[in-house]
Design a protein around this ligand. Structure first.
Ligand code: NAP
Length: 249
């Protein structure tokens, strides 16, 4: 399918995991994709190479999304490479567990600076640059927003904020034909998730409580993001869309 032909997309945190799959899927649908990365330069280059190898258009742009100045530079580079922006996927995120007794200011800032402030910085830049025809913003949330596991209060709070931002901005930006939605994954096997789950015990547990009987793959999320980004989803805004194999929240 080529539902995104002629569109320009920025995907934050697209060097690894869910973001890399989203970048590839949007490019396969015809979008020119800006593959943002923080530290994983080689991984981002590999994503771009894969997209180009399949006949798509992509560039890698380094920017720490938790830093306002770097986010502005990211969007400037996106615009000079591909022209006006149509799609933003706010995917970059961190998640580290910590019991409440052990949390530090640094732990709180690390999560909120990227997952919430960074998302707002990127959204502000995108909204200023969308054409009159509008645009689509997709925020990668998590089922933890309403189904928080033990030891994840801070991370879960950031994703609760993300869902509220999606609902609030859908109202604020609807008149400008800008749609804002959350796509909310359950557990997905990624580099980051594997780091958190040494022996894979959490993944096994999640598979056992998931109605569809397995854990998620990055492509399970990317396929839904491509739909929400496309005109097929033109009447959907302000929604939190669970993509969790049936895990309910
Ligand atoms: N995996 C899951 O089970 C799961 C479930 C629900 C929701 N989510 C959400 O899905 C999103 C992606 O998760 P994932 O599991 O794919 O994570 P991951 O494997 O850890 O990858 C994280 C991505 O974010 C980028 N990133 C980290 N800090 C950044 C920064 N300051 N600026 C720019 N990019 C940055 C990383 O790039 P560099 O390495 O280049 O810095 C990487 O590309 C997150 O928002 C997460 O909360 C994940």
């Amino acid at each position: 399918m080529s539902r995104l032909e002629g569109k320009v997309a920025v995907v934050t945190g697209a060097s690894l995991g869910i973001g890399a799959a989203i970048a590839s899927r949007l490019a396969a649908e015809g979008a020119a994709v800006v593959v943002n990365y923080g530290r994983s330069k080689d991984a981002a280059a590999a994503v771009v190479e894969r997209i180009q190898g399949n006949g798509g258009r992509a560039i890698a742009v380094q920017a720490d999304v938790s830093r306002q100045d770097q986010v502005v530079a990211l969007f400037d580079q996106a615009q000079s490479a591909f022209g006006p922006l149509n799609l933003l996927v706010n995917n970059a995120g961190v998640y580290v567990g910590s019991p409440i007794g052990d949390i530090t200011e640094e732990h709180i800032d690390k999560h909120f600076d990227l997952n919430v402030k960074g998302l707002l910085f990127a959204t502000r830049e995108a909204v200023q640059r969308f054409p009159e025809a509008g645009g689509s913003i997709i925020n990668i949330s998590s089922v933890v927003a309403t189904l928080p596991p033990s030891g994840m209060a801070v991370y879960s709070a950031t994703k609760g904020a993300v869902d509220t931002i999606s609902r609030a901005l859908a109202v604020e930006l609807g008149a400008r034909k800008i749609r804002v939605n959350s796509v909310s994954p359950g557990y997905v096997v990624t580099e980051g998730a594997k780091d958190m789950d040494g022996e894979g015990q959490f993944a096994s547990y999640m598979a056992s409580v998931t109605p569809l009987g397995r854990v998620g793959l990055p492509e399970d999320i990317a396929d839904v993001v491509a739909f929400v980004a496309s005109d097929d989803a033109r009447w959907i805004t302000g929604q939190v869309i669970p993509v969790s194999g049936g895990v309910r929240f």
